[in-house]
Ligand binder design. Structure first.
Ligand SMILES: [Zn+2]
Length: 78
């Protein structure tokens, strides 16, 4: 049984990591993957999209707490 359970947990962790990268709730998506299915959590993530703020100069995604764009170095508005 543990052989089948391990990849499942790995998916849950990966989805949590992905959710955090896209500025989404780790807990919500990890629970969604755990309770429903990792496939549903992936679809939900793709559907909702990246929640990170975008740089006004280069349109690249930046960290929500960042004051400077990591792509072009521009100062970001608050
Ligand atoms: Zn930029």
């Amino acid at each position: 049984m543990i052989e089948m359970f391990f990849p499942y947990i790995l998916f849950v962790v990966l989805i949590g990591f992905w959710a955090s990268k896209w500025n989404r709730s780790i807990i919500a998506f990890a629970l969604l993957a755990l309770i429903l299915s990792p496939v549903i959590a992936v679809i939900a993530l793709l559907f909702l999209g990246n929640n990170n703020p975008q740089c006004p100069s280069c349109r690249g995604y930046v960290d929500p707490s960042a004051r400077k764009c990591k792509n072009c170095g521009d100062t970001l508005p608050l």
